[in-house]
Design a protein around this ligand. Structure first.
Ligand code: ZN
Length: 333
């Protein structure tokens, strides 16, 4: 019997609910993700360790699946208490070391991006405020070690392969134990909700932004082709049937693509007009998710040559590429 993976469920203040850390109890003792910087989450972690008969100083490694505050917020405090080494995806290094600086440069990129996407000033303000508030739940750290994608790591008494699973976040890794079929997946695959492929600024100023949904769909297909038996997700219960879930998610994206293509066939739209049509009753705090959702699907359609962008009075209008209406109608028929 292989060494156990113990989930430790931690409180978050976010709509997604609790987040899972995983304790790999055998040597070298390893913690995967640590929760947001909140007293409740800290207590939850300490309690989880105690119940497993562990002390802070037993932990040798802390793996961060991706640089979102609900997963790495407490890292600084955990490293102080344990003296452990933090392992992160190379593309996550900058955001784990200095989350505030990273957030500031993201904000600078998004202001003109959202303006050209037709997002009104008031909502741009809400989005900026929301992103700023997230920084309350995280501290940066002085040092991390980056792991090589595809590397095999000895953690918690097992051998794990490091998988590159970007899309929900850049710098997102998953750990796969091929022998047992166990996948520690972060937010790459969640049982109860479709993981959002979040819009991100380019890694380097002036560079191209990642097409989050496109890379996410590729990484979903990659995981579906692996012999995964159990998924240990960042939120929700451990589950089976990874390939079926991937299939369901991919079909959902195709449906949404068809819907957008239909609307764009009526007339060109800005991203924000599509947000309004797709999510007529959106609440505060969800604007960034909604914009990400629409931009992601438009990226897919654009990469397929089905839609293009034209600029009018400083706004980006997405429109169906001439000659493509016929093809899409033929495809759906
Ligand atoms: Zn998460």
């Amino acid at each position: 019997m292989n060494a156990a993976i113990r989930p430790i469920s931690l409180t978050t203040p976010f709509p997604v609910g609790a987040v899972n850390a995983f304790l790999l109890r055998d040597d070298p003792v390893t913690l995967v993700d640590v929760g947001p910087k909140l007293p409740d989450a800290w207590e939850g972690l300490a309690d989880g360790l105690r119940r497993a008969g562990c002390e802070w100083r037993d932990i040798e490694y802390v793996v961060i699946t991706h640089p979102h505050v609900d997963h790495h917020g407490l890292l600084s405090r955990v490293l102080d208490a344990s003296g452990a080494t933090a392992l992160v995806h190379p593309d996550a290094e900058r955001r784990v070391l200095s989350p505030r600086l990273a957030a500031e440069s993201e904000a600078m990129y998004f202001e003109p991006f959202l303006t050209a996407s037709g997002v009104p000033e008031e909502i741009r303000g809400l989005i900026a405020e929301h992103q700023r508030l997230l920084q309350e739940y995280v501290d940066g750290v002085d040092e991390v070690k980056t792991v090589e994608i595809g590397a095999r790591l000895e953690l918690g008494g097992r051998e794990w392969r490091v998988l590159d699973t970007p899309g929900h976040s850049s710098g997102h890794l998953s750990l796969f134990d091929e022998e047992e079929g166990d996948l520690i997946a972060g937010d790459h695959l969640l049982p109860h909700i479709s993981s959002n492929a979040l819009l991100e600024a380019p890694r380097h100023p002036g560079g191209e932004r990642a097409r989050s949904l496109i890379v996410y769909m590729e990484a979903l297909n990659m995981v579906a082709a692996l012999p995964v038996k159990r998924v240990y997700p960042g939120h929700g219960e451990v589950f089976t049937g990874a390939a079926e879930l991937v299939d369901r998610r991919l079909r959902g994206y195709e449906r949404r693509c068809s819907q957008l293509l239909g609307w764009l066939g009526e007339r060109p739209h800005t991203v924000f007009e599509l947000v309004r049509r797709m999510f007529p009753r959106l609440s505060r705090g969800n604007w960034f998710l909604a914009v990400s959702e629409i931009v992601g699907h438009l990226d897919v359609l654009q990469a397929r040559g089905q839609v293009g962008i034209e600029e009018r009075r400083g706004l980006w209008y997405y429109r169906v590429e001439p000659g493509r209406e016929v093809r899409s109608a033929a495809q759906s028929g």
